[in-house]
Design a protein around this ligand. Sequence first.
Ligand SMILES: Cc1cc2nc3c(=O)[nH]c(=O)nc-3n(C[C@H](O)[C@H](O)[C@H](O)COP(=O)(O)OP(=O)(O)OC[C@H]3O[C@@H](n4cnc5c(N)ncnc54)[C@H](O)[C@@H]3O)c2cc1C
Length: 417
Amino acid sequence: MDKHNDAIILRFMTITTDIAIIGGGLAGAVMAVCARAHGLKTCIIDAKPSNIQSSSDFDGRSYAMAHSSVRMLKALELWDDLEKTAQPIFDIKISNGGVAEIPSPSMLHFAKYDLEEGPMGHMIEDRHLRPLLQNRLKDKDEIIYLDQTQVIGQNTGPTSTELSIKGGKTKVKAKLVIAADGRKSAFAAKAGIAYSGWDYAQTSLVCALEHEKPHKGVAYQHFMPPGPLAILPLNKNRSSVVWTETTENTETIMSLNDEAYLDVLRPRFGDFLGNIALAGKRFAFPLEMSIAKRLVADRVALVADAAHGMHPIAGQGLNAGMRDIAALTQIIYEAKQRGEDFGSTTVLSRYQEWRGFDATALPLALDGLNRLFSNRSRLLQDIRTLGIGLVNGLPNLKRCLMREAAGLSGELPHLMQ
Ligand SMILES: Cc1cc2nc3c(=O)[nH]c(=O)nc-3n(C[C@H](O)[C@H](O)[C@H](O)COP(=O)(O)OP(=O)(O)OC[C@H]3O[C@@H](n4cnc5c(N)ncnc54)[C@H](O)[C@@H]3O)c2cc1C
C-alpha cells in the first residue's frame, strides 16, 4: 500500500509521533530525514499534493550549497545520489556592472586555492534535490506524510501538543511542532510569533542556459543598479541564471517570448560563454524579507524560510536553513539522550540561543549588501569601490569572507563537521 493510501486511512485517527513538521518543502523534508537518522518519528503536514514537488518542472532554481551543507548532505547519505549531477564551484568572480553594459572586468576574485577544504560549494538543481528528498520520505516507516492537508487548531498540554487537521477527523499528537512552511509562516503566526521585514520591489528571474564555451566551475555575480545578476555553473556546458530586476521590469520581461527574453538578457550576460540558449522553463520569484522575532514558542520551533526569508543575493537561504535543522536536530537528540523533554521551553531556548543571532543578522547583512549595490548613487559607488579594494588588499579579511560563504565559520553543528 503506498504512503498516500496510508495517509487517507490515517485521516480517521490520532497519529502519535515525536515531531510534527508543518511544510514538506526542502526544509521540512531535510528535517524529517535528520529526525529519522536520530531515531525520531515524524509526521509531515503539507498543503500541496506531494507528487507535484517531485515533478522536474516544479521549481527551476539551482542552489549554491555551501561546503558545510554538502557535508550535511553526505552525513545524511544523500550526497552519493546528488554528486553525479552536482557542479563544484571552484572560483567566484564579483564585478560591479551596469545595466545594458557588458559586465565590467572582475573586481573581486575568490579562488579555490584560498580555501584548504576544497571547493567553496556545489551547485545542486532543485529538480534533482527535491525528488530525491521526496523519495527518501516514502522509503521510511518512521515518516508519515499528510499531503493536501492543513492545520486548523493547536491544543498544547504539559507534555505534548495536539494538532487538528482541516476537514478531517485526524489529529496529530507530537512532543514538538517544527514550522517549515516557508516565509511568514502561518503556523508561526498562530503560535504568536510576529515577523518584521519588507517587500524588496525586486523579482529574481531564474532560468538555466546552455552555452557554447565551458564555465570552468566559475560563479559570477555582476552587481547592476536594479539588482544582481548571478551566473552559476551547472554540470555540462550549462549555467543557472538568477537575474534580479525591479518587479515592474520583470513583469514586462516575463511577458516576452523566449527569443525576446534572451535578447534582453544577452547584453547583461555578455558573450564570454559564447552563444547561449534556454535549457528549460523560465521562473520568477518576487523577493521579500521576513524575519521571525523569535525562533521558538510553546512546543514550537521555526526552521529555514519560516524563521528567516532573505534576499538571494549571496545564495544563503537554504544554507542557513540547513544550519537551523542541523542545530535543532543536535539539541533535540542530546536532550533525548539525557532523558529531557525535547519539546520543553528549557530545551527550545538552547535553539533560540544558538540560531537566534544568525537568523536576524544574516538577512540584515544581505539586505545591506543589496542596498549598497542595487542603486546608481555616486557616493555608494565610491564606497563599493573602496570596500572591494579593502577586501582585495587584506588577504585575511578575504579568507574570513570565503569561510563565511562556505559555511565554515562559527559553531558548526555535528552534522556539518
Ligand atoms: C531566486 C532564488 C534563488 C535562491 N538561491 C539559493 C541558493 O543558491 N542557495 C541557498 O542556500 N538558498 C537559495 N535560495 C533560498 C532557498 O530557495 C530557500 O531558502 C528554500 O527554498 C526554503 O525552503 P523551505 O522549505 O523553508 O520553504 P518553502 O520552499 O517555501 O516550502 C514551504 C512548504 O510549506 C508548505 N506550506 C506552506 N504553508 C503551509 C500551511 N499553512 N500548511 C501546510 N503546509 C504549508 C508549502 O506547500 C511548501 O511545501 C534562493 C531563493 C530564491 C528566491
